[in-house]
Design a protein around this ligand. Structure first.
Ligand SMILES: [Zn+2]
Length: 420
């Protein structure tokens, strides 16, 4: 970490609940002042100060929304985005299933419009297109929007907003299906975002949102899915409250335990169009029993996370003292949070393997690990591989073995484990 630790010009203090406006925010996990997780560095940038901001979590005791204490300037994070969603097979399968489900539940026919908000490289929209729907996307990452448009997925290179919604409707008509996967948790003004959906959506249309699920975050010690982009940690309660404020209602929900460490898929429509499902009502009850607004639940989580990281630091220190060679796998945002919070640097873990060629040759923020492709594993003489993208453990084990890796693996969360 470099000497300039100023947050000025990078982040603003977040002091009122993003959903309900409440001021009863209780801080429960402090991950330190850390570099922005997706700001990968070129060799020339290594010597320069990195933009940093506080990374800490607080819970609203009124609506149960977990949220960061800071909001980083979004242009620093999203205008040139390196996370390409189509890199993993798990996620490609998930998108194909989502497109088919959304079309069926939304009663959409071939020729109807599907809109994907934060459409990334257009993977989900290409699934809708394959099912006969007309598609358009919106994504602020100009690099990805340009690539997607060139591949036949028209993509507006902007943040989703009422102005963009009006423009999109004028150009394309009202979408029967609107999807927003892994974006709402990254949005500061969630009211503007949902209001804009209300402006665009066809009268009988549906909105499908996927967000990481806060109950999984807490129960599985997934603290490393906290990074500056990830502003909110949603449960069904705060989401339902948010929809209600904009004339929408959640009528169904599904859980995916294995996607991004636990994800919920929420289906919403205009008030009065559909009846809430039994599983939706059951999940609301379940969250009440869990204590979604009970601050003690979150403070206990903070304690567990600190113990977990102390365990990891000790293990890495022991392996190093025994002369073992450790690399990591997965140059992910969660990996950067984990490295920074556990105090692990490139001295202990000099190299991180990643499947995305756009990252090769760059360095991770904070820890400054060099990013290389999986083929480097064959001649690295590595003893242990620290799984930073633990949500893709099975794929990573397969890929690294296929690349000739013969050592063991370190799973860092929810508890430290070493396996072959
Ligand atoms: Zn609140």
């Amino acid at each position: 970490m470099k000497t300039d630790r100023s947050e000025v010009g990078v982040a603003k203090v977040h002091g009122r609940c993003r959903v309900c406006g409440g001021t009863g925010l209780v801080r429960y996990l402090d991950l330190g002042v850390t570099p922005l997780a997706n700001s990968y560095l070129s060799p020339e940038q290594l010597a320069k100060p990195e933009p940093v901001a506080e990374l800490a979590l607080q819970i609203c005791d009124a609506c149960g929304l977990s949220q960061l204490t800071r909001v980083v300037d979004r242009d620093l994070m999203f205008r040139n985005y390196l996370y390409v969603s189509s890199t993993t097979q798990t996620f490609r399968d998930h998108c194909a299933e989502l497109a088919a489900t959304a079309m069926r539940v939304g009663g959409a026919a071939a020729g109807d419009w599907a809109l994907d908000i934060a459409s990334n490289d257009g993977l989900l929209l290409s699934c809708f297109s394959g099912l006969g729907m007309r598609v358009f996307g919106v994504d602020p990452a100009r690099n990805l929007a340009t690539e997607a448009t060139a591949r036949g997925i028209p993509t507006i290179p902007e943040y989703w907003s009422p102005a963009v919604a009006r423009d999109a409707v004028a150009r394309h008509g009202r979408p029967r299906v609107v999807t927003a996967t892994n974006v709402l948790a990254h949005v500061d003004d969630v009211h503007e975002f949902i209001q804009a959906v209300g402006l665009a959506l066809a009268p009988q249309g549906i909105l499908v949102i996927e967000v990481p699920y806060v109950l999984d975050f807490i129960r599985r010690n997934e603290f490393d899915t906290a990074y500056h982009e990830h502003l909110s940690y949603f449960g069904l309660h705060p989401l339902a409250e948010l929809m209600r404020m904009h004339g929408l209602v959640i009528f169904d929900v599904e859980r995916f335990a294995e996607i991004h460490g636990g994800t919920i898929r929420v289906f919403a429509c205009r008030v009065g169009e559909r009846t809430p499902s039994d599983r939706m009502i059951a999940m609301l009850d379940h969250e009440r029993e869990f204590g979604i607004t009970n601050t003690d639940v979150y403070l206990g989580f903070g304690e567990r996370v600190r113990a977990n990281m102390a365990q990891l630091s000790d293990l890495i220190e022991r392996f190093r003292s025994e002369g073992r060679r450790i690399w990591a796998y997965g140059a992910s945002a969660k990996g950067n949070t984990l490295m920074n919070f556990s105090g692990t640097t490139a001295e202990a873990v000099p190299v991180v393997v990643d499947d995305n060629p756009k990252k090769w040759g760059l360095y991770t923020p904070g820890a400054h690990m060099k990013i290389v492709g999986p083929n480097e594993l064959a001649h690295g003489a590595v003893d242990h591989l620290l799984l930073l993208a633990w949500n893709f453990e099975r794929e990573i084990v397969q890929r690294s073995r296929a690349a000739g890796y013969r050592g063991s693996y370190i799973r860092p969360v929810p508890a430290v484990a070493v396996f072959d």
